[in-house]
Write a protein that binds this ligand. Structure first.
Ligand code: RFL
Ligand code: PHB
Length: 389
């Protein structure tokens, strides 16, 4: 089989890239190792930057997003026993939209179906060859039969645990990593959210986040230890802990109910450079990971894919290689700013030291400075709503 762009990974990065290329008449095949049901059921991101929403709308993926997405003008910070509002719209003129990654994944899958796009699920043992030449080959196995895809470019959209990043020679690839000494325990439940907006809590017992998926579905997280066993956390125990971390005022309006999903996720910052080697271009979590505190992961993936699709359009339609050449540097300049913000917000909001320590008092002083200073709250808001693409 032959295609112009072989896309490894059918998460949001891979499917969006395939959709954007299709709109420009460029042919691609997506190879995804999991089943469609599995990929569409994975519970992940929830907050979309304004630029992400605008891009999805421009490319015909905005209908359900506009109907069902919850537009938020601001967020709440809880610390020192009080709630403080950060008004994104007043500070930056921008808003964010709460719309689950599961829904984006379904919208993208439907769009690929409508266009007759080639998405091969349960493609096993993917191996990428020849990225230093001009006609790479991607080998894979489907239903026990070996097959291969010849192409002009390979897009590595296979997430942090994928195979494409490792195709870049070790002597070329440079990685930067920070692991955090805590995890997030998350719970999803069909109960109305405690408040209209997200609440980020920097409690003495540790961080907690009240998020949502709709007016009737809530998503909560709290800081837990890395080795935490989810079996040790009954729903009741989780709700008790959350109520403590959001304080009595929020606890009074928090509705609890049986979990639909609960899990523990580690937190990590990671960047791989360069994001292109020869004919292999990395995008999304394959190239970088952020801790979820700033809600940046999916948004960064969308920003990469936008830059990548433009580079490939210039290559195939105008015979220009300059945007392919500059792809890595263009993405990395935005990626590092999002890494900085996510790392900063993570260290600001989580319990890293004893509540009686000097460091904890510095955290609280910084939080007070943020909510009391227009300059400081604007810095938080403009990063949260998304830096320019
Ligand atoms: P994905 O979603 O990991 O998709 C990669 C796909 O590649 C497949 N794959 C392979 N396919 C073929 N061959 C192989 N060898 C393969 N290896 C892997 C995988 O099955 C998968 O389908 O990466 P992508 O597309 O780059 O998308 C990135 C986002 O999923 C990720 O950044 C976000 O979910 C991060 N994230 C958040 N981002 C936000 O912007 N806002 C948020 O509010 C937010 N909250 C979160 C998050 C991530 C979380 N977790 C669980 C990591 C909250 C959490 C808890
Ligand atoms: C989510 O709803 O899953 C979510 C929201 C905001 C974050 C992280 C996760 O910062």
């Amino acid at each position: 089989m032959r295609t112009q762009v072989a896309i490894v990974g059918g998460g949001p990065s891979g499917l969006l890239l395939s959709h954007l290329l299709h709109l420009q008449g460029i042919d691609s095949v997506v190879l995804e190792q999991r089943s469609r049901n599995y990929v569409e059921a994975r519970i992940r991101a929830g907050v979309l930057e304004q630029g992400t929403v605008e891009l999805l709308t421009e490319v015909g993926l905005g209908d359900r997003l506009r109907r069902e997405g919850l537009v938020h003008d601001g967020t709440q910070l809880y610390f020192g026993g009080a709630l403080h509002r950060i008004d994104f719209h007043a500070l930056t003129g921008k808003r964010v939209t709460v719309y689950g990654q599961t829904e984006i994944q379904k919208d993208l899958g439907d769009a690929r179906d409508r266009a007759g796009g080639a998405v091969i699920h349960e493609a096993e043992d993917i191996a990428i060859e020849g990225i230093e030449g001009d006609a790479p080959l991607v080998r894979y196995r489907k239903d026990g039969v070996d097959d291969a895809l010849r192409c002009d470019f390979v897009a590595g959209c296979d997430g942090f645990h994928g195979v494409s990043r490792a195709t870049i020679p070790a002597a070329v690839l440079k990685t930067y990593e920070r692991a955090y000494p805590f995890a997030w325990l998350g719970i999803l439940a069909d109960v109305p959210p405690a408040r209209d907006e997200l609440i980020y809590s920097a409690h003495d017992r540790g961080f907690a986040l009240a998020s949502m998926r709709s007016a009737t579905r809530s998503r909560y997280y709290f800081q837990s230890s890395v080795g935490e066993n989810i079996e040790d956390w009954s729903d009741d125990r989780i709700w008790e802990e959350l109520k403590i971390r959001f304080g009595p005022e929020v606890a009074a309006t928090m509705q609890t109910g049986p979990s639909i999903e609960k899990s523990v996720a580690p937190l990590r910052s990671f960047v791989a450079e360069p994001m292109r080697f020869g004919r292999l271009m990395l995008a999304g979590d394959a190239a970088h990971i952020v801790p979820p505190t700033g809600a940046k992961g999916l948004n960064l993936a969308v920003a990469d894919v936008r830059v990548l699709s433009r580079a490939l359009v210039a290559w195939f339609k105008q015979g220009r290689g300059d945007l392919v050449e500059s792809y890595s540097a263009t993405c990395l300049s935005r990626v590092w700013k999002a890494e900085r913000f996510s790392w900063w917000l993570t260290t600001l909001m989580h319990r890293l030291h004893d509540p009686a320590s000097f460091e904890r008092r510095i955290q609280l002083a910084e939080l007070e400075y943020i909510v009391g200073s227009k300059a400081a709250s604007t810095a938080l808001a403009e990063n949260y709503v998304g830096l320019p693409f």
